[in-house]
Design a protein around this ligand. Structure first.
Ligand SMILES: C[S@@+](CC[C@H](N)C(=O)[O-])C[C@H]1O[C@@H](n2cnc3c(N)ncnc32)[C@H](O)[C@@H]1O
Length: 218
């Protein structure tokens, strides 16, 4: 998934990070650049995004997570390399588990989140990961909190580009439980969890950022 460590401390490099981090931050910045509070990154991978985004948002404390041991090591290595004060140590998470089991010295930090960011995860994981993510996001976001999902998405059963359809097929060949997710499936799931889709932002290379918020009382 990522290039082999090019650093003795275990820092991995994702080629896509270098192409994507600027457009992703452009979409997040209006909500996060001047915000305060805590942001959980679900499935941080190499840890490069969390370092870049923490640098751009000094008022936020970022909490990187993953379930892969090598990725957790890479996140920690990038965190130490960056030396920023607003990134917490990498935490193990299984997004599909009924209870994420995250502990924090300040117990409010992870139950009143300003945002959750999940980039390039739910298509490279079985559907219960999407279910766990939306369920826990709904219970952990503060009233004005946002859940941002970045990646390729289908709309109403249709791929938005031939390259996404080919990517979907390659994912399903690697693991039949993986695949590009459909907004038509994510929206009803979000509603059942107490969230609603507030915005979808087109991104380069046929990706999108979906922004979910807590549903307002009718
Ligand atoms: C393609 S990588 C994306 C990493 C990073 N967000 C990025 O955009 O570069 C997908 C990540 O999701 C993690 N992941 C997959 N299933 C997971 C699960 N059930 N719980 C937590 N992390 C998971 C993988 O270990 C991997 O680091």
């Amino acid at each position: 998934m990522f290039d082999p460590p090019s650093h003795a401390d275990g820092r991995l490099d994702a080629p896509a990070f270098h192409r994507n981090h600027e457009p992703i931050w452009s979409a997040l910045a209006p909500y996060l650049a001047d915000a305060t509070g805590h942001v959980l990154e679900a499935g941080s991978g190499t840890g490069q995004h969390v370092v870049e985004f923490a640098r751009q948002s000094p008022g936020l404390t970022w909490w990187p997570t993953d379930y892969d041991a090598q990725h957790l090591q890479s996140i920690e290595a990038w965190r130490k390399h960056a030396g920023l004060p607003n990134i917490q140590p990498a935490r193990f998470i299984d997004l599909s588990a009924p209870d994420w089991g995250l502990d924090a010295p300040d117990s409010n930090a992870l139950s009143g989140l300003a945002a959750i960011l999940c980039a390039n995860v739910i298509h490279i994981a079985p559907w219960p990961v999407a279910e766990g993510l939306l369920r826990d996001a709904a219970s952990r976001l503060r009233a004005d909190g946002k859940l941002f999902l970045y990646g390729p998405f289908m709309r109403g059963g249709q791929h938005t580009a031939p390259s996404n359809e080919a990517f979907d097929q390659s994912l399903r060949t690697r693991n039949p439980a993986w695949g590009v997710r459909d907004i038509a499936d994510l929206e009803p799931l979000a509603h059942r969890c107490g969230l609603s889709l507030a915005n979808s932002v087109p991104m380069p290379a046929n990706n999108m950022i979906l922004m979910f918020e807590r549903k307002r009382p009718a």
